[in-house]
Ligand binder design. Structure first.
Ligand SMILES: [Mg+2]
Length: 394
């Protein structure tokens, strides 16, 4: 049995344990909502004139500038700051927080997020406990805009958790004792700077190294010179030639690299399958795997998918994507954008359900205004408070 066959066999045996049925969440929602009414028509909440005098869900939002601890370079671009959008839903004296971390790779920025939120607000209706229907209504009215939808989805989850006194991981049937190790990402830089970032990341047992420019071998050799920790490598679509990708991966297999993300451009599925058939290392799709609907086409080209709450359009859609990957026996990585602890903690509550976590986006910013999921001995530690379980002022 090759290593890849072993990984696939062990995956099948864990499928039952990873079932993501909505029953737990459904019960929680019913407990939160009681016999309360739900807007029957798609635009029932428009203008706040809800039947029965119920108050409309209030949605506040504000852009937030996040300075980065280091310039962040990956195969496609460099940035030194990130502008995200925070949201707060309020209803019945209870609040919920959410965050949009838009990514230009998926056609969003803070301005498109604000525009989308203006369209979403009148469709929220007056009953956050019915939030599956709220989110379906938004989905039907507004295509795309996944980061904006993620912000609202996260805030509604937080609201329900606070309303019912239940932490999100319990709503998802996830055991916090099974939270995985998380990798810490090392952006591309001069090799001595990358080596210094590796030293700063001494609390992490796995590192994720960004590559995809001209000097990938020098980077991996430079990292290896200062640490013997296992490495994930992310090429962010930076390699264009399938044979060169195979050659590079085979070399990396001898360098302690244990997982490779998105070697070729997302659209090159034939190339991805070609590469996967010729290497032992698990290959994970990130840019090629945006939502659950993308997963079936990836089953023969990748070993796993990188699920991101922001990319998928919220926790609800991320769970659907995890379930889709499991149906095809694929591994699941839970990734992130550059986000505060609002977005990272939302994802962390899903982390006991996945194989690999890469939830470090809050650690790449200089001053995180919130405190939620932490990392101890390299492992994610989930807050036990209701909803997201966050501390920090809006
Ligand atoms: Mg990636």
């Amino acid at each position: 049995m090759t290593r890849k066959e072993f990984l696939r066999a062990s995956m099948r045996s864990t499928l039952a344990a990873a079932a993501l049925g909505p029953s737990t969440l459904g019960r929680t929602l019913r407990a939160a909502g009681g016999a309360a009414g739900d807007p029957a028509a798609p635009d029932a909440g428009r203008g706040g004139g809800a039947a029965g005098g119920r108050e409309p869900i209030r949605l506040e939002r504000k852009a937030i500038d996040l300075a980065l601890r280091h310039a962040w370079t990956i195969a496609r671009n460099t940035s030194t700051a990130k502008r995200n959008v925070l949201v707060r839903v309020s209803h019945g004296g209870i609040e919920g927080l959410g965050e949009a971390a838009p990514n230009v790779r998926y056609g969003e920025d803070w301005e498109t997020v604000l525009s989308a939120l203006a369209l979403i607000e009148p469709r929220l209706g007056d009953d956050p406990s019915q939030f599956d229907r709220v989110l379906e209504r938004i989905e039907a009215a507004l295509p795309g805009n996944h980061a904006a939808k993620a912000a609202v989805d996260i805030a509604l989850h937080d609201w329900i958790g606070r309303k019912t006194g239940v932490p999100l991981h319990r709503m998802f049937g996830a055991d916090p004792a099974k939270a995985p190790l998380t990798s810490m990402s090392i952006g591309i830089d001069d090799i001595p700077v990358m080596q210094e970032k590796v030293r700063e990341a001494e609390g992490f047992k796995i590192l994720k190294i960004k590559v995809g420019l001209a000097n990938d071998r020098e980077i991996i050799a430079g990292i290896r010179a200062v640490t013997d920790r296992p490495l994930y490598v992310d090429a962010n679509e930076g390699w264009k030639d399938r044979d060169r990708a195979v050659e590079m991966i085979k070399w990396m297999e001898g360098m302690g690299v244990v997982l490779l993300e998105q070697p070729l451009p997302a659209a090159d599925l034939d190339g991805a399958k070609y590469v996967r058939d010729r290497v032992d290392m698990p290959i994970v799709a990130d840019e090629a795997a945006v939502t659950a609907g993308d997963v079936p086409a990836l089953r023969d080209a990748f070993d796993g998918v990188n699920v991101k709450v922001q990319k998928a359009g919220g926790l609800r859609m991320a769970r659907a994507m995890i379930a889709a990957a499991r149906r095809f026996g694929m591994k699941v990585m839970l990734g992130c954008m550059i986000e505060t602890s609002i977005g990272i903690t939302a994802a962390a509550h899903l982390s006991p359900l996945v194989d690999y976590a890469d939830l470090d986006g809050n650690l790449l910013i200089a001053a995180d205004p919130f405190r939620g999921a932490l990392v101890r001995d390299g492992r994610l530690v989930l807050p036990r408070g209701p909803g997201l379980g966050l501390e920090g002022a809006w």
